[in-house]
Each structure stands twice: as structure tokens, then as C-alpha cells.
Design a protein around this ligand. Structure first.
Ligand code: MGD
Ligand code: MGD
Ligand code: MO
Length: 748
């Protein structure tokens, strides 16, 4: 019976799919039958699950065994150990560090996307385990929209902040005359959604924008950010300068007395302070179109034309998350909210502002509110979290105090780092600096499926199973499907589920019962489903029992009766339904922000020089602005070695897009191997001159592997070798990867 092909349900962040198994091996996958637009990335799984890149067994770094203090991390060899011995050593290290230095010496933030499955979610399981062991130093906010996540609640309150539902794109299509998209609406970003989705809805949304004749304006350094499936004008803009454009538009609208003063008076606070600043009252600079043109590179008459086109129209303003992943990335978002306030349409269906339509599948979907439960993480007795992107600072600067969102954080002295479900040597900035940071702790433990650059910097590497090797449940709140993820094959090599790895460590620390609560991972799966069922039943939705759900492979949520309209209740009655801000209104001026003591921050949206960009002296030495967008053919570093990802490369190198003008000036032609460099590092790519890139800008997607030393150094294509490791500001302390200057030369 070995030849029979079994077909199972599964899912990844890039979508639900069917797995075909024969003779105990995955032979192929096919799209989920209900997905109208499945991502081709699903086909990378069969190849990658058996790839030579898998971590085959537990391993320990040779230098660590010899007590090298971490000096060779990243350049060392590994010695295989039995599971028992590796777990013994890992547990002993955790125990030694917590007993000698306290749990605040353990860094377990472990940022990363982990798996789509929520029960085997590695980061959640690590946090649960470490909490059982006395706690850890964690991370707050995220790389995606960290600055906004910390800061936007100051402006519109927590309930309307980054996690709040967005106006749906069908509602935008029905109601808006104009959709202005800063950063565009690139189709590639809709391949993925955290937790996995059963329905990729980008095409449907773009069709409805087109069918309703919505005018779409893309404002971006890269013409390729225009949407697929609906016509869009392209207004090229210098990276990191959007705030200036937006501020000038607000001033023009006020100059024409076309602002919605009733809205401003009733729903906002501090607008007059912004106006005074725009008129130059506070700094002597009038924020007129000429001023903005100088900073943005957008012609003054185009700025006037765009502002005029918004007056009297029904407008939705959107910005991709990338805009705030830059130095002072808080400001374009605050400014965009102020522009939306001036237009007075916040709280009306499909109008106002919304962040992230161009950033991920689901941002603009209906609010299915699909409930999902992972394991509870418990309480962390250490109670110390750093902003996620300050991780290298934490390791390098124990004792240093930073400001974050109005408070101070002092970095503890980290002795042990545990990472499961993330790849900091993909996601962090200035990777050469991160290498130094990763050499400081006494021990680094990583659970990984693949030999990522992070695994190659660990002392102990535990091989983890992939989704295909275990049962799980996936899904996302803005997707209509709850997805069964059925175990398709036995673990590859000696891989174990993260749950088993942590159980093994917990048992050695005498914490097995606390970690498992007497359940194995199948029991937790049933528990998670029961929790989901309870939540559904409160909403009057009958869900089948676990076995029926799991055998069916999915549960489709009913269509919501109506979609939430952001700010609707507030607009209807701002006294009865105030926002969760100090004033109860939209804070165009925030006294709290002004009081934080940031010398550059007057408490309202403001133009602040991003320090490393085309508009100042810094560009003399390295004259090209490097943008590092999300990769089309993979999820971050995941599936990077697959045929699907490689098919988007040339000669094994990622493609660097640059303007023809910059390429010609450097004697670079299409297909030339180039070296991209600055004072922090270098990486390699294959050049592609293009008319779609603003001169002075180059784009290299994230996610290629990182190598510094050794035989593969010349192939390293990870742009984070170049990016600057600094927070967005003391407000958000978010990732500022998009403020980075480089130069490019032909590599002979
Ligand atoms: N320059 C630059 N850098 C950026 C960005 C940028 O725009 N520019 N964007 C940032 C953003 S928004 C993000 S979200 C981050 C993403 O950064 P990450 O989330 O760290 O990137 P991934 O490659 O998805 O890493 C997930 C890792 O988890 C592993 N994994 C998956 N499932 C499991 C599991 O079940 N168990 C275990 N143990 N491991 C598992 C995968 O093999 C993979 O190595 O990158 C950030 N970095
Ligand atoms: N295929 C695929 N999709 C993904 C991911 C992936 O790895 N692969 N990752 C997902 C994740 S974790 C996240 S957080 C989201 C991120 O979503 P985003 O942050 O929106 O994605 P990016 O691709 O970084 O940026 C979108 C575009 O913004 C433009 N841009 C950059 N800087 C500026 C600027 O200063 N001004 C203007 N006007 N435009 C600018 C760039 O040209 C870029 O193409 O993407 C998600 N989608
Ligand atoms: Mo992200």
C-alpha cells in the first residue's frame, strides 16, 4: 500500500495548500481549492523539507565545548551530540545562568515569524518555557510597524491603533474618488499573511477599485510599487521625505481655506499649533511647495496639483508600513493623520486614512475576526522588555539607559540568548555589528529547521520539525478560514517538535509539569480548538468538534454582517465615544509627546532630517539611497534556497534595481555583478538598470543569506550588512532600515 498517494491539508504564512504524500515522503503540493489566487511559494515546501540545509541532529559548537567564550561564533564547526546530551547541556546552561546571574541575564525575546501553526508556534513555546523557568528579558513591538505601534496610540488612542481593523478595500472602492498610496500597493506583499490564509484577496480588491473607477495615485521612489490590476499614476519621491510632501499639502489646503474646520474643531486637538509651524512661526521656515520640492524632489506644481485634486473629493490616504521603518518614521504617519483630519473624512466608510493596504494580505479584508489560540505563555516575573529592534544595543551596552515612548529602560547584562522561530541574522540591521553583539553572551541556543546565519552563530543548535511533520491549526483574523495543518510525514532526520525540545529542557529543570500541565501537544491542539469553539459559540457560530474539523481540513467563517468603520462611533458622538487619548480626540498636538523631552519633537508632526538620506551632506560619500523591500519570492529568509526563490535571482544573486542614469555613470549594465557598500559592510547583487527607479535610489530585497567570512563571503546578498542600526527615534525606537546610504560598483 506504500504507493498510494495520500492528500492532506496544510498551511504556511504564504497560504493554505494540499500536500501529496507517497511512501512516507512528500511528493508535491497543490493549491487549496478555495484560494482564488494561491501563491506559487507553496511549491517550495517539498524541496525544502528534504533540503541539505535542514539541521539534521542536535549539535554543539566546537569552540564552545573548548570554552572559547564565543570568539568563533559564526565561523566555527559543529559537533553532533545525542539528544539527551544536548538537552542536558542546554538545561545546565540555563540553570547556571539563572542561578548565578538571575533571570534578567536570559534574553528570550526571540522575535520572528515562526510557523503559521499556532500550537507549535516556536516563539510562544519558548516564552512559556522560560516563564516556567523564572522569566526572561523580552521584546515589545515588532519590525513591521514598531514605531507606529508604540507611538500611534498617543495620537488616536489604543483602540484605533495599528491592530485595529482597517476600512475594507471593498468599502474604499465603493466610497472613495481617490486613493493616495504612499509606498504604493505592491502585489508581492500580499503573498503572505501571518498565520496563513485560505484566501488571497489582492486581485479581487484591485478589480473592485478598477470597476468603481477609483483614481489611484502611487507615491514612491519605485514605480514598481504601482498596483497590479488597476491603473495608477506614479509620483516619484525621494525616500524618507514623505513628511515634507504631506505637510506642504496640509498648508496649501489651509491656505485655500479648504480645510474641514468643523471636523478639526470637533474631533481634533492642537491643529492650530501645527498650522503655526507650517506657516514658519516656530522655526522661520514656511512649509510651502518650494520647500517641500527641495526635500522631496517632487516638482512644486505637482504638489499643488495633488493637494488641489484632494479638495472636495472623497479621499482615502494610505501608506505602507515601510514609510515608518525609517529614521523619524513616526512623522509621516502622524502627518498623514493630520492631512486626513484636514480633509475631514475620518470616520466615514472607506474614507480617511489607513496604514498598510500595500503591506500584507488581509489589510483591507473584511473583519472575519477569526479566533485562534496558541498556548498561554504565563507570567514573566522579570518584567523587562526592550523595543524589539534594540537587540544588538542590549547585548553590546549593558547598563546603558535609553528612552522609549516616554520612559527609560536600562539594559541588563545578558549572559544567555535563546532564539526559536526567528532569524535575527536576517532581520536585524548592521549585521557585522550584530556579529559582535552575538559574541558577547556566554551561551546562545537556537532551535531551527535550517542552517540559517543565526543557527551558524549558536553554541547549541536543536533541530526543529517543520509544519509538515506535526499536526497544527493555522489562520489569521482577517481571513475567512481556520486551517487544519495535518501531519504529512515523520520528522526528518532527528528533528523534534519545539514542544518536545522545551519539554525535554523543562523536565531536566524539574519543570515538566508546569510546562506541559499534563498535556502532550495533541492534547494542546484539542484544547486550542475547544477555546476557539467557545469563542465562536459566543458569537453564535457553531463549529464542529475537533475530529470533524480536522478531518474536514478547514472551517469557513460566515461572512460578517457588516464591517467595522474605523472612528465611526467617535464621529457620531465624540463626547459619548471619546478616543483613548488624553484629550479624547485625535491629537494633532500631543502634550504627552511634547513633554517627553525629545528636543526635536515639538509635540506635533514635524519635518526632521532622517540623517542618512539623499537630502544632506551624508550623501556625498555614499550617494545612493538603499531601500530594502520585502522579497517577492520568499518570506524574509524563509525558503531562500528553494528553486522558486532562486528563479528570481540571476547567477545565484539577488537583483539590485537602480536607475539607468546611476548605472551608466558607473559603467554598469544589466546582469553585471555589483558590489554594494558603505562604511558598515558590503554585499553582492546582479544589477538591473530600470526606468522605474528614481535616480539616486537603489532597491535590494531582504532575505538573501548572510556570510561574512569563509568561502561564501563573496556570495552574501543580505542588505542588512549595510543598514544602520538605530531606532526610529526615542518615541518609537522602531527599526529604521530604510534610512541607509550606499555606493555601488562593478565587481570584476
Ligand atoms: N533591511 C530590512 N530588514 C528587515 C525588514 C526590512 O524591511 N528591511 N523588515 C523586517 C520585518 S518587517 C520583519 S517581520 C523581519 C522578519 O524577520 P524574521 O521573522 O526573523 O524572518 P524569517 O526568515 O521569517 O525567520 C523565521 C525563522 O523561523 C524559522 N522557523 C519557522 N518555523 C519554525 C518552527 O516551527 N520552529 C523553529 N524553531 N523555527 C521555525 C524559519 O526557518 C526562519 O529561519 O525582518 C525585518 N528586517
Ligand atoms: N512576498 C512577501 N510579502 C511580504 C513579506 C515577505 O517577506 N515576502 N513580508 C511581510 C512583512 S513581515 C511585512 S511587515 C510587510 C511589510 O510591508 P511594507 O513595509 O509595506 O513592504 P516593503 O516592501 O518594505 O515596502 C513597500 C514599498 O515601499 C516603498 N518605500 C520604501 N521607503 C519609502 C519611502 O520613504 N517613501 C515612499 N513613498 N515609499 C517607500 C518601497 O519602494 C517598497 O517597495 O510585508 C509582508 N509581505
Ligand atoms: Mo514584518
Amino acid at each position: 500500500m506504500n504507493d498510494e498517494v495520500k492528500t492532506l491539508h496544510s498551511a504556511a504564512h504564504w497560504g493554505a495548500f494540499r500536500v501529496h504524500v507517497q511512501g512516507g515522503r512528500v511528493v508535491s503540493v497543490s493549491p487549496f481549492e478555495h484560494d482564488p489566487d494561491p501563491s506559487p511559494l507553496i511549491h517550495a515546501f517539498p524541496e525544502m523539507v528534504y533540503s541539505s540545509q535542514r539541521v539534521a541532529q542536535p549539535l554543539v559548537r566546537r569552540g564552545w565545548l573548548a570554552g572559547d567564550g564565543g570568539a568563533a561564533r559564526g565561523d566555527d564547526e559543529y559537533v553532533p551530540l545525542s539528544w539527551d546530551e544536548a538537552l542536558d547541556r542546554g538545561a545546565a546552561e540555563i540553570d547556571r545562568v539563572r542561578k548565578t546571574h538571575g533571570n534578567q541575564a536570559i534574553f528570550g525575546g526571540s522575535y520572528g515569524w515562526s510557523s503559521a501553526g499556532r500550537v507549535h508556534h516556536a516563539r510562544t513555546l519558548l516564552h512559556r518555557f522560560l516563564n516556567c523557568a523564572g522569566g526572561f528579558v523580552g521584546q515589545v513591538t515588532n519590525y513591521s510597524f514598531g514605531a507606529a505601534m508604540a507611538f500611534i496610540p498617543r495620537v488616536v488612542g489604543e483602540s484605533e491603533a495599528m491592530r485595529a481593523p482597517l476600512a475594507t478595500l471593498p468599502e474604499v472602492a465603493q466610497n472613495a474618488d481617490v486613493l493616495v498610496a504612499f509606498g504604493g500597493l505592491p502585489a508581492k506583499n500580499w503573498a503572505v499573511q501571518s498565520g496563513g490564509s485560505g484566501e488571497h484577496s489582492y486581485r479581487a480588491h484591485m478589480r473592485s477599485l478598477a470597476a468603481n473607477g477609483v483614481r489611484v495615485v502611487t507615491i514612491s521612489p519605485f514605480g514598481g510599487d504601482r498596483p497590479d490590476g488597476v491603473a495608477s499614476e506614479w509620483l516619484p519621491i525621494r525616500p524618507n521625505s514623505d513628511t515634507a510632501l504631506i505637510l506642504a499639502m496640509i498648508r496649501l489646503i489651509c491656505e485655500w481655506d479648504a480645510q474641514d474646520q468643523d471636523f478639526i474643531d470637533r474631533y481634533t486637538t492642537g491643529f492650530e499649533r501645527l498650522r503655526a509651524y507650517l506657516d514658519g512661526a516656530t522655526d522661520g521656515t514656511v512649509k510651502n511647495p518650494e520647500w517641500a520640492s527641495e526635500l522631496t524632489g517632487v516638482p512644486a506644481d505637482a504638489i499643488v496639483g495633488l493637494a488641489r485634486d484632494l479638495v472636495g473629493r472623497k479621499v482615502m490616504l494610505t501608506a505602507t508600513w515601510s514609510l515608518q521603518r525609517a529614521r523619524h518614521g513616526e512623522q509621516p504617519y502622524w502627518a498623514l493623520i493630520a492631512l486626513a483630519a484636514a480633509l475631514g473624512q475620518i470616520g466615514r466608510p472607506g474614507l480617511g486614512y489607513a496604514f498598510g493596504y500595500g503591506s500584507m494580505n488581509g489589510n483591507g479584508n473584511r473583519g472575519y475576526d477569526t479566533p485562534l489560540r496558541g498556548l498561554p505563555v504565563g507570567l514573566n516575573p522579570v518584567g523587562l522588555d526592550i523595543p524589539v529592534a534594540r537587540m544588538a544595543d542590549l547585548l553590546l551596552q549593558p547598563g546603558e539607559t535609553i528612552r522609549f515612548d516616554g520612559r527609560s529602560i536600562t539594559y541588563p547584562d545578558i549572559r544567555l540568548v535563546y532564539w526559536a522561530g526567528g532569524n535575527p541574522f536576517h532581520h536585524h540591521q548592521d549585521l557585522n555589528r550584530l556579529r559582535q553583539a552575538f559574541r558577547r553572551p556566554e551561551c546562545i541556543i537556537v532551535n531551527e529547521q535550517y542552517w540559517t546565519a543565526t543557527a551558524r552563530h549558536a553554541d547549541i543548535v536543536f533541530p526543529a520539525t517543520t509544519t509538515l511533520e506535526r499536526d497544527d491549526i493555522g489562520g489569521s483574523s482577517r481571513d475567512p478560514f481556520l486551517l487544519a495543518m495535518q501531519k504529512a510525514i515523520e520528522p526528518v532526520g532527528e528533528a523534534r517538535n519545539d514542544y518536545e525540545i522545551f519539554r525535554g529542557l523543562a523536565s531536566r529543570l524539574g519543570l515538566e509539569d508546569a510546562f506541559t500541565e499534563g498535556r502532550d501537544s495533541d492534547d494542546w491542539l484539542r484544547w486550542a480548538w475547544d477555546e476557539t469553539r467557545k469563542r465562536l459559540s459566543v458569537r453564535g457560530i457553531a463549529a464542529p468538534d475537533f475530529d470533524t474539523f480536522f478531518a474536514n481540513g478547514f472551517l469557513r467563517m460566515p461572512e460578517p454582517e457588516r464591517d467595522p468603520v474605523p472612528f465611526e462611533a467617535f464621529r457620531r458622538d465624540p463626547q459619548a465615544n471619546p478616543l483613548q487619548t488624553p484629550s479624547g480626540r485625535i491629537e494633532i498636538h500631543s502634550a504627552a509627546v511634547a513633554a517627553m523631552g525629545d528636543p526635536d519633537q515639538p509635540g506635533h508632526p514635524v519635518w526632521l532630517d532622517p540623517e542618512e538620506w539623499l537630502g544632506n551632506e551624508s550623501s556625498r560619500q555614499h550617494p545612493l539611497h538603499l531601500l530594502t523591500p520585502q522579497p517577492e519570492r520568499r518570506l524574509h529568509g524563509q525558503m531562500e534556497q528553494s528553486a522558486h526563490s532562486r528563479a528570481g535571482k540571476r547567477d545565484g544573486y539577488e537583483i539590485l534595481r537602480m536607475s539607468r542614469q546611476d548605472a551608466d555613470a558607473r559603467g554598469i549594465a544589466s546582469g553585471d555583478l555589483v558590489r554594494i557598500f558603505n562604511a558598515r559592510g558590503a554585499c553582492m547583487a546582479s544589477a538591473e538598470p530600470s526606468d522605474e527607479v528614481l535616480p539616486g535610489v537603489v532597491l535590494l530585497p531582504t532575505g538573501a543569506d548572510f556570510h561574512v567570512d569563509g568561502a561564501d563571503a563573496g556570495r552574501s546578498g543580505n542588505p542588512n550588512a549595510l543598514t544602520r542600526d538605530i531606532g526610529t527615534s526615542n518615541l518609537g525606537q522602531g527599526c529604521a532600515a530604510q534610512s541607509c546610504l550606499v555606493d555601488v560598483e562593478r565587481a570584476v
